[in-house]
Ligand binder design. Structure first.
Ligand SMILES: *Cc1c(COP(=O)(O)O)cnc(C)c1O
Length: 498
């Protein structure tokens, strides 16, 4: 059913396989009107939508969101139907929006001067469904563990299209990657270099590698998602003179072919000038090393971290404009530094996946703080989205079953987990909320499911993809039995009991 990806060919995944369209989606096929990039609206809904925009203070019309009589539809499927079918909390991915985003990356990060690679950072969101879907587009996959590699391979990704990252790859992991003929290993430390060399010697194998350089670009994001300041745990620091000595030595290695360098400056970086600065620093460095060693590099990978919208009111990164501009910058730098590189890569994670994903919750209890601030509680929380608790990520939300009601009350949205820090949204304006209402947190597809836990023995939520009125289960919700499926009962003697 799913066609294999071939280099240079972008095949459309056949959707609709196994789906009988909803009645809802097949009616009203009259005169689709294109508004914005992705949203197809029907004429009679325009008024409702204009009202919705007004009520929600400029709610951006993307992700194939529609308002039908006050109920939110995503990809032509009602959130009420999704709740009934899959329960909440629920991860919902707008499949068409994801496909368009993926195409936008692949089609716009292109140059006539060199080959390009878009490498998806799978840690942002990975499971068989999404990986096999993305595998239909001309992208590669970045993994940071044996486990992520395993899942990619099971999804049908060719091992040559997998890159292996990580600051502490174990011997077992490196052996696994080598045995599976992984396309590229990115060396993070001198220590790892020696470990990899000894494994290659033992196995009498050769492999292509990049060396991860920390270019010391200090971004303006949360400390936990910066990766490129001087004391970062990732890569070899560009200002450390030992780095150059090490690189010179590694270029002579017989087991490893050093194709070039890798750098990744952080995550959720919205000031795009940082990426240009990174490219400049890296290419200048590359030139110095080429000259010092009479060596020609062929590859550079500039990582990911492109900032993306997380709240409804945020401005989205214009990926097409950015990528075209980025390519131009890189082309100019290559001319300036007289470098003849063959391949330039980027590694989007969040910016590729986040926008198409939403979380759906059911509201339970409500209460007021001592000061009278209204709290509403949802049936999930930090177990399905730890980012607000972990590094203060900011989301917005909409009352998905009351889109036509006026949003006039400021609420705090709390989860149900036993931690005071389990607050999903500090303040959000919503219509008056009642028990069993549905709350949707849009643009939450990245680092949510992939960071989910079973804290308070919460069952991990289901993941569903929607497109053109059809819903496709990607991951089923954990069952009660799943929770104990790996547990053992204590089998001590009866008489131990007091
Ligand atoms: C996490 C990571 C990425 C992706 O970062 P995003 O912020 O999700 O784009 C890319 N490259 C490397 C090496 C990473 O560790």
């Amino acid at each position: 059913m799913i066609s294999k990806s071939l280099k240079g060919i972008t095949a459309e995944i056949p959707h609709g396989v196994g789906c009988i369209q909803n009645m809802d989606a097949t009616v009203n096929k009259d005169v689709p009107i294109l508004i914005g990039e992705l949203t197809i609206l029907r004429r009679k809904e325009i008024m409702g939508l204009l009202l919705m925009i007004f009520l929600m203070g400029g709610f951006m019309l993307d992700n194939n969101f529609e308002n039908k009589d006050g109920i939110l539809y995503i990809g032509g499927v009602s959130v009420e139907k999704l709740k009934d079918k899959y329960q909440t909390p629920l991860y919902i991915f707008d499949q068409k929006s994801l496909k368009n985003r993926t195409k936008a990356f692949v089609d716009n990060f292109k140059s006539l001067k060199f080959d390009t690679e878009v490498v998806y950072a799978t840690k942002a969101f990975s499971n068989l469904y999404v990986l096999s879907l993305l595998n239909n587009y001309n992208i590669l996959f970045d993994c940071v563990s044996k486990e992520e590699i395993f899942v990619c391979l099971k999804a049908g990704v060719d091992s040559s299209r997998i890159h292996f990252h990580g600051n502490n790859k174990s011997k077992d992991e490196l052996e696994y990657a080598i045995d599976k003929n992984i396309g590229l290993i990115i060396i993070d430390s001198v220590d790892e270099y020696y470990l990899l060399d000894s494994i290659l010697n033992e196995k009498n194998k050769k492999i292509d590698v990049l060396i991860r350089i920390n270019p010391d670009v200090k971004t303006d994001t949360h400390k936990f998602i910066q990766t490129s300041n001087a004391d970062s745990k990732f890569g070899l620091n560009i200002r450390d003179k030992n780095t150059k000595i090490f690189i010179s030595k590694s270029l002579k290695n017989k087991n490893m072919h050093i194709l070039g360098f890798h750098a990744h400056i952080g995550s959720q970086v919205k000031n795009l000038d940082f990426f240009k600065e990174e490219a400049k620093i890296m290419l200048k460095y590359m030139k110095e090393i080429e000259e010092d060693n009479s060596y020609k590099f062929s590859h550079i990978n500039l990582g990911g971290g492109f900032g993306t919208k997380e709240r409804i009111e945020d401005r989205d990164l214009d990926i097409e404009v950015f990528l075209k501009d980025y390519i131009k910058t890189i082309e100019n730098l290559l001319v300036y530094y007289k470098i003849n590189i063959k391949n330039v890569g980027i590694e989007p994670g969040r910016s590729l996946i986040s926008k198409s994903g939403s979380m759906l919750y059911t509201i339970g209890s409500t209460k007021k703080t001592l000061e009278g601030f209204p709290l509403i509680f949802v049936d999930g929380g930090m177990s399905d989205n730890i980012r607000p608790s972990l590094y203060d990520a900011k989301y917005s939300s909409i009352l998905a079953n009351k889109l036509n009601n006026e949003a006039n009350i400021i609420y705090r949205v709390g989860g149900k987990l036993c931690e005071s820090g389990d607050i999903l949204i500090d303040e959000v304006k919503l219509p008056k909320v009642e028990r069993d209402d549905l709350l949707l947190i849009p643009y939450s597809g990245a680092y949510t499911y992939s960071m989910a836990s079973n804290y308070n023995k919460q069952r991990k939520a289901a993941v569903v993809f929607v497109e053109d009125g059809c819903d496709y289960l990607a991951v089923r919700r954990e069952s009660l039995d799943d929770l104990i499926s790996r547990d053992e009962i204590y089998k001590g003697e009866i008489n131990e009991r007091i």
